[in-house]
Ligand binder design. Structure first.
Ligand code: GUN
Ligand code: ZN
Length: 442
């Protein structure tokens, strides 16, 4: 069969390296009128429209977004599938919030039919927000992860997901055992890891809900399958840290609990990382582990302020990523997440240039997941997972934009400060449009 060829035209923005700071024009490529040629879901050519246009095969459909800002799709490195109805739960900090809301809601995911229906909602919502890849926590039930991967395979997205392992300090209905969590995770790895664009993450929920035997099982899975990921929570809340100290008296620190079971490494992502001591930061740095900054969650659950500058310190840098953490987080939008990240850093007299924020949500998060060869930039050979943004999405944004004189960085800053799903004009997976914003008729 003939290869499927399409083209998308508009303003193209892609990052080539981590921005050094405000105004670092060497960190990105921007084309005011660019064209992406897409063949079989991958970028086959990219350049100024007047150069690429003559190379299009005859009869190629060109989808034109004259004002649209075309970026690599957003990547969310930490989100909870069974918490779509936990988001916006009032008045609790982490441990109460888990008990009162989260552990109640997640019990519903024993029902495979419900998981299937919610997977459709979840993916619709990711795509509506311009998110094309996510690293996802399922519930303890393997069928929740089956639902995620089946839906992802159907849509052709690249997703990383895992079944939560939790064998203590949770309601009986949400507990597995060290053995069953090993078996169930193994079966999901065999069934899904590396199939279509799916990848598995071994997912011990956090130290409080796993016995030593279960953390050991998690380590065994990483040994048995060296190319799977690991995701868990680390140092989010002070009461949580005190409880970890009580449960693991033999460990030097919260990070050390995971370290002793071989859970640190370049494919390991740790949510939050808010209250780490110097020794813990050093171990995360040495091991190449990744910290996931979840600003809307950290503010909403009242957990603390992520110290970006300290973690990124070039003397012992920790690899960073940016994530929503829905349903502790309050928005599926990486734009909203960037805006809240900016505020969290402002409170610590740090800053977050728009270039740094947009780099992080695209190429930076792809690097955090070791997926920069597949996604995160608009380069030949990359899969054409795209988000197309509209900086004039609302009257207030349009009005603000009138004062910005064509300055790209300022435009990006407006998007991250005022933007959300309304600013996502369209989302493409493997070069095919899977979300179009409904246009208002006025
Ligand atoms: N720590 C353990 N489980 C969770 C969770 O579901 N959300 C957050 N934010 N922290 C956690
Ligand atoms: Zn989380």
């Amino acid at each position: 069969t003939a290869p499927s060829v399409t083209a998308i035209r508009g303003r193209l923005l892609t990052f080539t390296k981590t921005p050094a700071g405000l105004g670092d024009r060497d960190s990105y490529r921007y084309l005011d009128d660019g064209l992406l040629l897409i063949r079989d879901g991958r970028i086959a050519a990219v350049g100024p429209a007047d150069e690429v246009m003559p190379r299009l095969p005859p009869d190629t459909t060109v989808e034109h977004y004259p004002d649209g800002l075309i970026l690599p799709g957003f990547i969310d490195t930490h989100i909870h599938f069974p918490q779509t109805q936990v988001i916006a739960s009032y008045g609790a900090q982490l441990l109460d919030w888990l008990e009162k809301y989260t552990f109640v809601a997640e019990q519903k995911y024993a029902d495979a039919g419900l998981a299937e229906i919610n997977a459709r909602f979840f993916f619709d919502e990711l795509l509506r927000n311009g998110t094309t890849t996510a690293m996802i926590y399922g519930s303890v039930h393997p069928q929740s992860v089956e639902a995620i991967f089946a839906e992802s395979a159907r849509r052709g997205t690249a997703m990383i997901a895992g079944k939560a392992m939790m064998d203590r300090n949770a309601p009986v209905a949400l507990r597995d055992t060290a053995n069953s969590s090993y078996r169930d995770s193994k079966a999901l790895i065999e069934r899904w890891h590396g199939k279509s664009r799916q990848r598995y993450a071994v997912t011990p929920r956090f130290a409080i809900t796993s016995s030593e035997a279960q953390l050991q099982a998690a380590g065994s899975l990483l040994n048995d399958y060296p190319d799977v990921y690991l995701q868990t929570h680390l140092s989010e809340n002070l009461a949580e840290i005190a409880e970890v100290r009580r449960l693991f008296p033999g460990s030097r620190s919260y990070t050390d609990v995971y370290d002793r079971f071989g859970l640190l490494g370049p494919r390991s992502l740790f949510g939050h990382c808010l209250h780490l001591n110097e020794g813990e930061i050093q171990r995360l740095s040495e091991s190449g582990s990744v910290a996931a900054f979840c600003p809307t969650s950290n503010l909403f659950i009242g957990s603390g302020l992520f110290d970006w500058a300290k973690l990124a310190d070039p003397r012992r840098p920790v690899r960073l990523s940016l994530a929503t953490d829905v349903g502790g987080g309050t928005s599926y939008s990486l734009l909203r997440t960037m805006g809240e990240a900016y505020k969290v850093l402002q409170l610590q007299c740090q800053s977050l240039p728009a270039l740094t924020a947009f780099h992080q949500a695209t190429r930076g998060n792809a690097e955090a997941l070791g997926m920069e060869g597949e996604i995160g930039s608009l380069e030949v050979g990359r899969t054409a997972d795209l988000t197309i943004l509209d900086v004039k999405a609302t009257p207030a944004m349009r009005h603000r934009h009138e004062a910005c004189n064509g300055d790209l960085e300022e435009e990006l800053f407006i998007l991250m400060t005022m933007g959300d799903d309304r600013a996502v004009r369209a989302t493409y997976i493997q070069g095919k449009c899977q979300h179009q914003r409904v246009e208002q008729t006025s």
